[in-house]
Design a binder for this molecule. Structure first.
Ligand code: 5GP
Ligand code: ZN
Length: 157
């Protein structure tokens, strides 16, 4: 390929990847709130830590004990996380659920993990939301266009 095309192509690729939060170069890490919390530059209420994750209380809890499991590696969405790290996070979820039942006597647990739309912090994290009877936390379930959606998704597997 002619050399004169390389830089414009790389620039466009960089803009595309950055726009989609897929790359972090140099100072970009400084912009990541959860990387700063992991480095200890921003304080947090730590609940659990191991070599792969940090768990701390959400600053704006949905219910008592709402915490976030955050991988130390800067990954953004479900597309970026390795199966190995996802499996590790799953084992941490179980450990924490046990802790929440013992210490906070919660009646259940809702696990939420936002990707792209609805994801305010672009560093992968899992919300662990302890549930209590009559806590009024709810998801909206609706049936109006179920038939069309079934049609669109039926070939997926
Ligand atoms: P998301 O919308 O990205 O799934 O959730 C981001 C979560 O991070 C929110 O629940 C929000 O309350 C929490 N959060 C935002 N900033 C901070 C912070 O500085 N410290 C802590 N501990 N939690 C934060
Ligand atoms: Zn980060």
């Amino acid at each position: 390929m002619n050399n004169k095309y390389i830089y414009p192509i790389l620039t466009l690729l960089y803009i595309f990847l950055k726009k989609n939060d897929k790359i972090y170069l140099g100072d970009d890490y400084m912009d990541c709130l959860f990387c700063e919390i992991i480095k200890g530059n921003i304080p947090s209420k730590k609940v659990y830590e191991d070599e792969k994750v940090l768990v701390f209380l959400d600053i704006n809890p949905n219910t008592n004990g709402h915490m976030l499991i955050v991988p130390k590696e800067h990954v953004v969405t479900i597309d970026d996380i390795s199966d190995e790290l996802a499996a590790h996070i799953n084992s941490v979820k179980k450990k924490l659920y046990k802790l929440l039942k013992e210490r906070l006597n919660c009646s259940g647990l809702t696990v939420v993990q936002n990707n792209d739309y609805g994801q305010d912090v672009k560093h992968y994290h899992v919300h662990m939301i302890p549930r209590y009877e009559n806590d009024c936390w709810h998801m909206n379930f609706r049936q109006d266009n179920l038939k069309e959606i079934e049609e669109v998704l039926k070939e997926l597997n």
